[in-house]
Design a protein around this ligand. Structure first.
Ligand code: ZN
Ligand code: ZN
Length: 205
């Protein structure tokens, strides 16, 4: 990644870390962090975002083998998720490109031996984000999303339902009965209280 992209990712990771520690240690307002976010978004909106997207897309298009294509595609997705979480502008073309790139990335529902690429819920969460994203409105990827379709309560206009069989520590969330039915064949592999074999659901990108 370019230095600027690395800087943005670093800034974002720092902020995410702060968000986590704030959740754990109580609410702390950090106006300086908010200002940094606004500044990064401003830079992205002023053209840097398009430039970074283009660089990554060029790398994907020029990739000599599947492994590199996979790697660059995944980086593009992470970048897209970062842009969306900042509320930055993303062109329709880039949104479309990311949608196609998602299908080129390995996807599994649970933890696998060669654990690379998507977890199914993460992929669906990202696709739902692409469908519902409005530039200017930061997309919260830490929010609960439906295990089957990836939508959040903002997308469906009401709270998600909790899978009644899942433990309160790692519940599966669903929109409705229809999503529950369509998710079951995958969800049953991870449904239930946390087990010693380490099976758990990664809901986020
Ligand atoms: Zn759903
Ligand atoms: Zn469940």
């Amino acid at each position: 990644m370019s230095d600027m992209a690395t800087e943005i990712v670093g800034t974002y990771e720092g902020l995410e870390y702060d968000a986590v520690t704030e959740n754990v240690y109580g609410k702390v307002t950090k106006p300086d962090k908010v200002a940094v976010l606004a500044d990064v978004r401003h830079k992205l909106d002023a053209g840097l975002g398009n430039e970074l997207m283009k660089k990554r897309r060029d790398l994907i298009d020029a990739a000599k083998d599947g492994l590199h294509k996979h790697e660059y595609s995944y980086e593009l997705i992470i970048m897209g998720a970062l842009f969306m979480s900042l509320g930055a502008k993303i062109s329709d073309e880039d949104m479309q490109y990311m949608r196609q790139a998602t299908s080129g990335i390995t996807c599994s529902e649970g933890i696998t031996l060669l654990d690379i690429g998507w977890r199914g819920p993460g992929q669906r969460q990202f696709l739902a984000a692409l469908d519902h994203y409005t530039p200017g409105t930061p997309r919260n990827f830490s929010e609960r999303s439906c295990h089957a379709c990836g939508k959040t309560k903002v997308d469906i206009g009401r709270a998600l339902l909790r899978c009644s069989r899942c433990s309160s520590h790692a519940p599966g969330w669903l929109c409705d009965k229809e999503c529950q039915r369509s998710a079951w064949s995958d969800h049953k592999k991870v449904c239930g209280p946390p087990r010693d074999n380490g099976k758990f659901v990664m809901l986020n990108v």
